[in-house]
Unconditional design. Structure first.
Lengths: 917, 333
């Protein structure tokens, strides 16, 4: 029944009579009937059976929430009736709460979304201008042939790198993602690094560990004495795991929620730390200040596991290296001052040392002191330690001073420091919001140092950005040939012409004062990156985009969109629904959604379960949708056919070389064999084949088989799944056990947890050691603007879901502190215009005592098409990058999945006014 | 002798995610004229709740006499379920923004996270609400058709859909405003405690699907069950608005909260949810309950055991539900 029917029915009943008004009850009937007839109860029983349907499958909702929860999916007559969490994960051990019933509000309504009016049902081609909304329904064959022609035109005229085949974060599962990855890899297309494109790189962790994603399975929260939730709101954004927070609290944990707003997670904490937006790095430095001032230092741990005892030349400001002492010496051998011998000692475990262990043997490295060592020319070089430099930097940030910036009372800093120091197990959780400030790198690096000083690693906890599992064996499926792997943030920056909005919004003098660099520095380093040529492949001419809401996600919304579209000859969007990006496509292709195709996902490290989607038997797919695997197979066939028509058998790709006999030869992009290559000679024809292949080939899934997965909807990963520790069957996962207990070196330039970077850029702007910077927002507009993750969507997925919008207010709103709103004459539910020199959007106002004064906040990822003029909230986010995230080709700071940068989202300032209509 | 199936909802574990709300919706109320109803919903407190202003809408008992009540209005108090212009907004030229065909005026979660107080000492918490399956239901007493009854075997309160004539006296009489008038069927409907699930050994959708693991279900006389332990033995779960006189069988573990800040930004010892506010909802016993919870947490911090907290932690999801009518062993659904 739609709303119109509903209203007309109520009208028939007489709205005034049915609803509203006083109705005084008659006198109570004293004696209810003795035995009411109950046969009617069968009606609801039948309804229940109807929702259980006639077929049952399993699913997870493959998206960028990273929740990965097993659901049972019920269907009747080929249509999904309902979904319910499987709630069947086995417990780990009797002292840890089990993981059931993993799931959330979004998962509960996915079947509604399957049949909702924004679903893409047929291939469509635009017949008007881009974005105009004039579409013509076309057949699959016509669509595939047209895309093939455009693709070949691009690669023959502009080169292979001018083709981008990119699967965004709408699909992160190993099954459905494999199609676009494999096709792009065979064709030599460019693709972005998604974690960087969406601003989810934890570069602060990368500095310290050489790894961006580190941490725990989240059941580890339950074991903690102390938890710092820093810029993370798990009660809203990690709904399936949030119970481990509330249960940890009952288990006696101290939980500090560090957040500018009184979030639901702050509500569940033992102590809210109300930090002013963007000042977290100051808070982190004050925490280090107290730890160092009050002697909360686990000296045994830091001497062995960190670079804190490493010697630093006081003349050059660089680490003391072997080459400083010996002609032709090594660049990657570092020293500490050995207190036993009174001499500098080369540190085992540094990359240039022959001992590949962190074990110190007889060496007792000094943590502090000034020493002299004899240099190449016989002159004495004055040196000190990283520890002393770190301490000197932290000394600048006593909590009594930082309170003026952060608003956090010194008492709270003292408590956090003391609790960290005394906790047997402590976790500092770093949320995805921190690195959307330029200071996030420093905040996280400092937090990592706080964990190091207090010895929190391995079983004692430590930093948690996001744990991922190591799934091997996938390469032959997803990367059969070398592909053009592009930096996410850098490509979007350049493709979207973002330097223009950076220059417009941020005065250089202001940038230099708050960040230590300016827009010219950014442009110079960007240029250097371009010259290296390893992480940017130019603006695409043909873009085959899968499940990526690029025009919702990118900052300076319309500016970015126009810059990218301007040079695009063919833009194809593949999605299960019409999103704010597909609206601008030349061709849209309808894909299966979460229940309609087989899929598998196991890389996500919040828990150890690898989920499998098994569609209910005889499920009817909606419209003409096809799975991503089938779509890419169709593309492979049509591209091959078009190439044959044009007489192209293969295109050599000399950017990548293979060995042929004793000679190097260019990789061939074989057009003739493309369908055979794509299907592994006919072995992988559909999404079910892909899932079976992954089940058989990923060693971390052994000994489980496809049959096990089909029976339960999931399998349990084995011990091999951990990157830096074994994944023990009966206890939560912790990072770095191999480093802490087996003394294996870390993946950093120093081989240790690293808190000193002597790269020239770091030196130039004074970031050699953790320090405080920010916020960068310019004073030209009075309000800070930040946009935390929402409870009501996974980014833009589910954001337009009718069931969920009914549990909000049906349209976008911003959160305002009541006093701030009053100053501008804005009242609850008023319409407001939010604006700055980049753009504007309109929304309703919702007054929230939880929100700090002086801020405009909106939970993010409303679809731009939900706003007037399709101008969403990113319309007024200016371009901004962190200078240090542009560094490349230096030690562990070299472009790869553990080192790429972020789109900065929360450093713009705005104004707002009431809309009088 | 009627046995009573009952629920305890732990407000310290409710995360406000509304998974229960939507689980209930897809199980029962997304069809047949029930679209505007939320048999189970979660409202932010303090707030006007759902239906809007239900606390002031009357109903319940004054001694043996039913108090007068008001029927909530569809548009203003429940909210008409928004429906959206997908086709027009996404597949046509000159498209307007995607929006509800009529702007929402209210909804089941309208005042989400708003609460009360002033920054930085604002506060809020979540209150899931469903039919309380009361021991002394005002709705039953108010029905001139005697269409409402409590089931002998589990105390579930039902509106006989064949007998009901849609007079709506029950809607006015329920002080929690958890009975709804179905304009399509012309009958009153409400939460049925998922009896078709429960009869098959499957817990209620709201409880079983609660991701926060906040809901315990058992018979009140089951000495091993969470209801007996939390309500009778440890006395940490309280009914909502007991003064309404209906004797609810849904109980709540009241919410703890982090301390306020003083004028200098220093944390105090005072929880930010005022005790008086909680007393208004859960009665004077709430002070003792909060003190007990804090004392038990202190025991945990000191390395001692706390069977009470272990039960609230709920190490096994499956053990939170004891539907077996003999009350001897947990349900194995």
């Amino acid at each position: 029944m739609d709303r119109r029917d509903f209203l007309s029915t109520t009208a028939l009943c007489g709205l005034g009579l049915a609803f509203g008004g006083p109705l005084t009850s008659l006198a109570a009937y004293a004696a209810p009937r003795a035995a009411p007839p109950r046969a009617w109860e069968d009606a609801y029983r039948q309804e229940f059976l109807d929702t259980r349907g006639d077929a049952q499958g399993f699913a997870f909702h493959c998206s960028n929430c990273q929740g990965n929860c097993a659901w049972r999916v019920f269907a009747k007559d080929g249509r999904v009736t309902r979904e319910e969490q499987a709630a069947a994960y086995p417990p780990l051990n009797p002292r840890i709460p089990d993981a059931n019933p993993r799931g959330c509000n979004k998962g509960t309504v996915h079947s509604k979304e399957m049949y909702q009016g924004d679903r893409l049902l047929h291939p469509m081609k635009r017949v008007g201008a881009r974005g105009e909304g004039k579409w013509r329904r076309i057949a699959w064959d016509e669509a595939l042939a047209e895309i093939a022609a455009g693709t070949l035109d691009t690669v023959t005229r502009h080169g292979l790198g001018a083709l981008m085949v990119y699967c965004g974060t709408g699909i992160l599962s190993q099954g459905r993602r494999a199609g676009p990855l494999r096709l792009g890899s065979l064709l030599g297309a460019q693709r972005l690094y998604p974690a960087s494109a969406v601003g989810d790189m934890f570069t602060g962790a990368s500095l310290a560990y050489g790894l961006a994603t580190v941490g725990h399975s989240l059941d580890a929260w339950f074991e903690c004495d102390t938890i710092l939730l820093w810029g993370i709101n798990p009660l809203v954004t990690r709904i399936p795991d949030a119970h481990y927070i509330t249960e940890a609290r009952y288990n006696g944990a101290n939980i500090f929620a560090i957040s500018p707003d009184y979030s639901p997670s702050a509500k569940a904490s033992t102590q809210w730390v109300a930090v002013k937006p963007g000042t977290d790095a100051y808070l982190a430095m004050s925490l280090l200040h107290v730890l160092l001032r009050d002697g909360h230092v686990d000296e045994t741990f830091v001497r062995e596991q960190t670079d804190l005892p490493f010697l630093v030349r006081l003349d050059t400001g660089d680490l003391l290296r072997h080459r400083d002492l010996r002609q032709g010496g090594k660049d990657d051998l570092y020293y500490a001052w050995d207190e036993t011998t009174g001499k500098p000692a080369p540190m085992p475990g540094t990359p240039g040392h022959f001992k590949k262990t962190l074990r110190l043997g007889e060496i007792r490295p000094a943590l502090s002191g000034r020493f002299e060592v004899q240099g190449l020319d016989g002159k004495m070089i004055p040196v000190s330690t990283v520890f002393d430099l770190v301490r000197a930097e932290a000394a600048k940030y006593p909590p009594e001073e930082t309170q003026k910036v952060t608003g956090v009372h010194p008492e709270l800093v003292l408590r956090m420091a003391a609790d960290l120091a005394k906790a047997k197990k402590a976790i500092i959780n770093i949320g995805f919001s921190l690195h959307k400030y330029v200071s996030g790198t420093m905040t996280t690096w400092a937090a990592a140092l706080a964990c190091a000083l207090t010895g929190h690693a391995g079983e004692r906890g430590g930093i948690d950005t996001e744990n991922n599992w190591s799934l091997g064996g996938i390469g032959p499926l997803s990367s059969p040939k070398p592909a053009r792997f592009a930096s996410g943030f850098l490509s979007e920056w350049l493709n979207g012409g973002m330097q223009e909005t950076m220059r417009r919004h941020y005065p250089d003098a202001h940038l230099r004062a708050t960040a230590g660099y300016d827009s010219t520095d950014v442009e110079r380093l960007t240029q250097e990156r371009l010259e290296r040529g390893n992480s940017y492949f130019g603006k695409p001419k043909t873009l085959l985009l899968f499940a990526d809401n690029m025009f919702r996600r990118n900052k300076s919304e319309s500016h970015h969109r126009e810059a990218l579209l301007k040079d695009l000859d063919l833009f194809v969007a593949v999605n299960h629904r019409m999103d704010s990006t597909a609206l601008w496509a030349d061709i849209v292709l309808p894909a299966t959604s979460h229940y309609e195709a087989w899929d598998i996902r196991g890389e996500l490290g919040y828990h150890r379960f690898c989920n499998v989607t098994v569609p209910p038997a005889n499920l009817k797919r909606v419209g003409e949708v096809r799975s991503e695997w089938e779509i890419c197979l169709g593309l492979a066939k049509s591209i091959s056919a078009e190439a044959a028509r044009q007489g192209i058998e293969a295109i050599p790709d000399p950017d990548f070389l293979t060995q042929q006999g004793d000679k190097a030869a260019p990789v061939m992009r074989d057009m003739k064999r493309l369908p055979d290559d794509y299907t592994m000679e006919g072995k992988l024809l559909n999404d079910a084949d892909v899932v079976n292949w992954l089940m058989a080939n990923v060693p971390q899934i052994k000994p489980w088989t496809s049959e096990d997965a089909k029976k339960n909807g999931f399998v349990v990963l084995n011990q091999e799944a951990g990157f830096t520790s074994p994944l023990y069957a009966n206890r939560p996962y912790n990072s770095f056990e191999r480093n802490v207990y087996l003394r294996q070196p870390y993946k950093t330039a120093s081989g240790r947890q690293q808190f000193f970077i002597d790269h020239p850029v770091f030196k130039k702007i004074g970031w050699r050691v953790p320090t405080a910077i920010g916020p960068l927002r310019p004073p030209s507009f009075p309000f800070a603007f930040y946009t935390p993750h929402t409870r009501w969507g996974i980014h833009s997925q589910w954001r337009a879901n009718a069931q969920l919008l009914r549990l909000q207010r049906g349209e976008p709103y911003i959160w305002l502190n009541p006093a701030t709103a009053k100053d501008r004459g804005v009242a609850e539910d008023d319409r407001v215009r939010v604006f700055n020199d980049i753009g504007a959007f309109r929304a309703r106002a919702k007054l929230m005592a939880a929100v700090p004064p002086g801020c405009v906040v909106t939970d993010h990822a409303w679809e731009p098409f939900m706003f007037e003029g399709r101008a969403g909230k990113n319309s007024l986010v200016a371009g901004m990058m962190s200078l240090v995230e542009l560094v490349d080709g230096w030690g562990h700071l070299s472009f790869d999945p553990n080192w790429d940068g972020n789109m900065i989202a929360h450093e713009s300032s705005v104004d707002f006014e009431k809309v009088v209509s | 002798m009627t046995r009573q199936l009952a629920m305890v909802i732990d407000l310290n574990k409710c995360i406000g995610c509304q998974t229960c709300t939507l689980a209930c919706k897809s199980q029962w109320t997304d069809r047949k004229g029930r679209e505007f109803m939320y048999w189970n919903h979660v409202e932010t407190r303090p707030g006007q709740g759902y239906p809007k202003g239900w606390e002031e809408a009357g109903g319940g008992w004054d001694g043996d006499v039913l108090k007068p009540g008001r029927l909530p209005r569809l548009r203003e108090d429940y909210g008409i379920p928004a429906s959206f212009n997908y086709e027009q907004a996404l597949f046509h030229e000159n498209a307007p923004a995607l929006k509800s065909e009529q702007p929402m005026q209210w909804g089941p979660n309208w005042d989400e996270d708003q609460g009360a107080g002033e920054y930085p000492n604002g506060y809020f918490f979540y209150l899931p609400r469903l039919c309380n399956h009361c021991t002394n239901p005002a709705c039953r007493a108010a029905c001139p058709r005697q269409a409402i009854y409590k089931r002998e075997e589990d105390g579930i309160v039902l509106v006989d859909q064949e007998r009901c004539r849609g007079y709506r006296y029950c809607v006015a009489a329920c002080p929690y405003k958890k009975i709804y008038f179905n304009p399509l069927a012309g009958k009153a409907e409400k939460c049925i405690f998922c009896y078709p699930r429960v009869e098959k050994g499957v817990p209620q959708a709201c409880a079983f699907q609660c991701v926060g693991r906040a809901r315990h279900v058992a018979f009140r006389d089951d000495r091993e069950g969470a209801i007996w332990k939390l309500v009778e033995e440890w006395k940490v779960a309280l009914p909502l608005k007991a003064g309404f006189g209906t004797q609810p069988n849904v109980f709540y573990v009241p919410p703890l909260s982090p301390p306020t800040f003083d004028a200098e930004g220093k944390p105090t010892q005072v929880p930010r949810i005022p005790d008086a506010y909680l007393e208004g909802l859960f009665g004077p016993a709430v002070h003792e309950v909060l003190a007990r919870l804090n004392a038990e947490i202190a025991r945990k911090q000191a390395g001692q055991t706390s069977p009470l907290l272990d039960m609230l932690i709920a190490f096994r999801h499956g053990n939170m539900f004891r539907l077996d009518r003999l009350g001897e062993k947990g349900n194995a659904a």
